[in-house]
Design a protein around this ligand. Structure first.
Ligand code: C2E
Ligand code: CA
Ligand code: CA
Ligand code: CA
Length: 278
């Protein structure tokens, strides 16, 4: 038994080493990723289900490494956050997203794009100014840009968070709380924040039509959002039944594989064109 224990330990140690080595490799090579044009954006359409109208898309980052292939943002964003490189990557994403908003407008589609902010980016003191400069650069109305932040980013330092949000709100940028329901935000804080939308986390939507707890949580979030006069969007909608449930229960918008996968920009434009001809 001792032998087995030792082997198991060595196995885990080897595995941990592998993870550490890969993390280190990714951290190093990420520096080149922007320059080498290995990063790209995809766009996942969002649908207003009460009016059956496309309202915009969430912008999602992709990294295609020349040797390692596709690396998921779930893996590389936390690393970028640790090394601080997320600042540079984050402003690249913002700049490109604004450019795409402008390109959509040029072909007659006034749609909104939602960009994920990382914790580090959110607390960068010049964030509002740098967003303002980017909006200016591409001459786009601020209401076409939405930022998604998580509850944990708000709760770390509530008064600082309120200050940042108020500066963003003054500029008329839209603010959404991502992964809503998974964090610990207290309802009294929510009321004090200048928010526009809550995004119900995918984990509640997954079984919303079969699990009584998830049904209850989803209904509670929708009703709370309504009473706070916030828009509410459900993410991770994968089936017709989930969509029907959300329509029947007054959710405003949905996003998920059932309506559309995240799309490359050319495909996203084609998607908008096709929808507008229907
Ligand atoms: P998120 O913000 O919660 O993004 C939604 C994730 O759910 C995306 O994964 C999306 O592809 C996936 N998804 C969308 N619809 C469905 C569905 O119907 N079913 C399922 N199972 N999944 C669905 P993705 O693209 O792998 O991104 C993972 C996370 O990485 C994001 O979670 C976000 O936290 C982070 N991320 C992505 N892009 C950026 C970025 O530009 N900046 C920052 N800071 N974080 C980003
Ligand atoms: Ca998001
Ligand atoms: Ca989310
Ligand atoms: Ca459950």
């Amino acid at each position: 038994a001792k032998e087995v224990g030792r082997n198991t330990y060595e196995f885990y140690e080897a595995e941990l080493n592998q993870i550490a080595i890969r993390r280190h490799q990714l951290a190093n090579e990420m520096r080149q990723a922007i320059k080498n044009e290995e990063l790209s954006l995809v766009f996942q359409p969002q649908l207003n289900i009460q009016e059956n109208k496309v309202i915009g898309a969430e912008v999602l980052l992709r990294w295609h490494h020349p040797i390692l292939g596709h690396i998921s943002p779930g893996e590389f964003i936390p690393i970028a956050e640790n090394t601080g490189l997320i600042r540079e990557i984050g402003s690249w994403v913002l700049d490109n997203a604004c450019k795409k908003i402008a390109e959509c407008r040029e072909i007659g589609h006034e749609i909104r794009l939602a960009v994920n902010l990382s914790a580090l980016q959110f607390r960068q003191s010049n964030l509002p100014e740098s967003i303002a400069a980017t909006l200016e650069k591409y001459r786009i109305p601020p209401k076409l840009l939405e930022v998604e932040i998580t509850e944990s980013m708000l709760m770390r330092d509530v008064s600082q968070a309120i200050d940042i949000l108020e500066r963003l709100k003054e500029m008329q940028i839209r603010i959404a709380i991502d992964d809503f329901g998974t964090g610990y935000s207290s309802l009294s804080y929510l009321r004090r924040l200048p928010l526009d939308a809550l995004k119900i986390d995918r984990s509640f939507i997954d079984e919303v039509v079969v699990d009584a707890d998830d049904t209850a949580i989803t209904l509670a979030i929708i009703s709370m959002a309504k009473s706070l006069r916030l828009e509410v969007i459900a993410e991770g909608v994968e089936t017709e039944q989930q969509q029907e449930f959300l329509i029947d229960n007054n959710c405003d918008d949905i996003q998920g594989y059932y309506f559309s996968r995240p799309l490359a920009f050319e495909d996203f434009k084609a998607f908008l064109e096709k929808r507008s001809q229907q």
